[in-house]
Design a protein around this ligand. Structure first.
Ligand SMILES: [Ca+2]
Ligand SMILES: [Ca+2]
Ligand SMILES: [Ca+2]
Length: 175
């Protein structure tokens, strides 16, 4: 069983993914999530956009194979929060997070600025205050940017850490 904090984090992510509020995450929700990240970056039609779409569809397949225990092609909240214990899903989610990071770095300076971060989060439906708090948490060295190592560590902590003090818990805002 995942720790309670991991259930809370994944529950938050579930709500972001289930954008139509149907109570289930389906393949179309993963496609929408990828499309929003691509639109936020203005990256439509690019090679990077295709990589994001491909990783989103790999993540859907991992979810379906490992978590859709009743086989109805949709993942309920209860099924989804079990993801914390499934490496195929957390690996896929971290990979998707990393390729989304690459397109979110709109000016390609290797760093995510607050402006780039909130642009993405606004599109994903994360409230501004949560987004800013998430940015501050992931910017561990406080230089005003989320570097690639800071980001990757944060996303890994979001999916894997059961420590209440991990900055990455804030990757998708309040949880
Ligand atoms: Ca299901
Ligand atoms: Ca940048
Ligand atoms: Ca930083």
């Amino acid at each position: 069983m995942p720790a309670q904090i991991q259930e809370r984090k994944l529950s938050r992510l579930f709500e972001l993914l289930d954008s139509d509020g149907s109570g289930f995450v389906e393949e179309s929700d993963l496609e929408d999530f990828a499309a929003k990240a691509i639109a936020a970056a203005g990256a439509g039609g690019s090679l990077e956009a295709r990589i994001v779409q491909r990783e989103a569809s790999s993540l859907w397949r991992a979810l379906q194979h490992t978590l859709d225990s009743d086989g109805d092609q949709r993942v309920s909240r209860a099924e989804f929060v079990a993801a914390a214990d499934v490496d195929a899903v957390t690996d896929g989610a971290i990979k998707l997070g990393v390729v989304i990071r690459d397109i979110t770095d709109i000016d390609r300076d290797g760093l995510i600025s607050l402006g780039e971060w909130v642009t993405l989060d606004a599109k994903l439906g994360i409230p501004r205050a949560d987004s800013e708090q998430g940015f501050k948490a992931l910017d561990v060295d406080g230089d005003g940017y989320v570097s690639k190592p800071e980001y990757v560590r944060g996303v890994e902590q979001f999916f894997r850490s059961d420590d209440e003090a991990s900055p990455g818990n804030w990757a998708f805002g309040k949880y």
